[in-house]
Design a protein around this ligand. Structure first.
Ligand code: F0G
Length: 345
């Protein structure tokens, strides 16, 4: 397989001689979700973006942002991040031989993402502030220094991420609705751009966490809070674009509670065999809460892999759930009788 630039070069702003930095991202699985389909009475499919090289959809955008940075002769890239952009920027910078700086809210990003940024050799800056503050500061920083900003305010990020919409259309022909988690609002903007460029118009159904839902309330949230740390964002950079996408597609941006996110997270893992991170489950939580409306075929974007955030999985499994997840771990002596008891009891 090839990466997204090679696969969709004619629809992307890259020429045949441009340098391409790729980890063969994209071409991710689109799997049917029979349990969910039965619940909402529609054909539901899951686009597994956690299958990208660094475990999230960011890689589609990062191959483009880092390739463009190389073309422009940059030596360094930087981003503010709730974790996944940091992991992806660190990996693609390492691949390209560039220096990477990642600015993350201190103590607020999942362990796996921090591990990725560190092992890929990025300079990890833990900011005593939230994502919105980090992004505002980093935008000022790049005004003063020749460092390429690879957040989704960079148009190449959207160019890359729109390829997920192309893949859906190439595989399905058509779909009625797309359920997608919304944080900084780059991804919903990118999907809509991709659909629009191909003349398609599925309803864009975006979901934010209740404690971080500025696009639902209509005003910025100064202190966003949610278990879904990836979308703990109160001032989305692509605000207007996300609103346009939903208006133009006759869609909507709505809120789901942390409890609904965790229920969907466990349901996906135990009922569909798909382990995602909490933010990704917001798309499914939204579908479960608000229903499929009249949509016959719905795609839920599963934005990041569950292994990004092992602690939430362990805590959540131990707490048990509405779908009968067996909680905790059974401790056992190294003896057959005890094992029988542990396994069957
Ligand atoms: N899902 C996951 C797993 C994410 O990491 C993000 C954003 C989103 C959904 C929302 O996408 O911001 O384009 O609306 N993560 C960014 C980051 C903010 O820094 O990794 P969005």
């Amino acid at each position: 397989m090839t990466g997204v630039i090679e696969r969709y070069r004619e629809e992307l702003p890259f020429g045949a001689d441009d340098p391409i930095v790729s980890l063969e991202e994209g071409s991710t699985p689109l799997v049917p979700a029979p349990a969910l389909s039965a619940i909402v009475d529609a054909e539901v499919l899951l686009k597994l973006e956690g299958a990208n090289p660094t475990g999230s959809f960011k890689d589609r955008g990062m191959t483009c942002a880092v390739s463009a940075a190389m073309r422009e002769g940059a030596h360094a890239v930087i981003c503010a991040s709730t974790g996944n952009t940091a992991a992806s920027a660190a990996a693609y910078a390492a691949r390209a031989g560039l220096t990477a700086g990642v600015i993350v809210p201190e103590g607020k990003i999942a362990t796996g993402k921090l591990a990725q940024a560190l092992i890929h050799g990025a300079r990890v800056v833990a900011l005593r502030g939230n994502f919105d503050q980090a992004l505002a500061l980093v935008r000022e920083l790049v005004e003063r220094h020749p460092i390429a900003l690879v957040n989704s305010v960079n148009k190449f990020r959207l160019e890359g991420q729109k390829t997920a919409a192309f893949e859906l259309l190439d595989e399905l022909g058509e779909l009625d609705a797309l359920c997608i988690p919304v944080g900084n609002a780059g991804n919903i903007t990118a999907y809509w751009q991709g659909f629009h460029e191909r003349g398609a118009a599925p309803r864009m159904l975006g979901f934010q966490a209740e404690g971080a839902a500025p696009l639902v309330s209509g005003h910025p949230v100064e202190e966003p809070e949610t278990i879904a740390s990836a979308i703990r964002i109160g001032r989305p950079a692509r605000w207007e674009e996300a609103i346009s996408a939903t208006v133009d597609s006759r869609g909507e941006i709505r809120a789901v509670s942390d409890q609904e996110i965790l229920d969907a997270y466990r349901m996906l893992a135990a009922g569909e065999g798909v382990f995602c991170e909490p933010a990704s489950a917001a798309s499914v939580a939204g579908l479960l809460r608000y229903g499929a409306d009249s949509a016959r075929r719905v795609v839920c974007v599963i934005t990041g892999h569950g292994l990004k955030d092992p602690q939430t999985a362990i805590d959540s499994a131990a707490a048990g759930g509405p779908v009968g997840v067996a909680g905790g771990i059974v401790s056992c002596e190294a003896e057959l009788g005890a094992l029988e008891q542990a396994v069957l009891g």
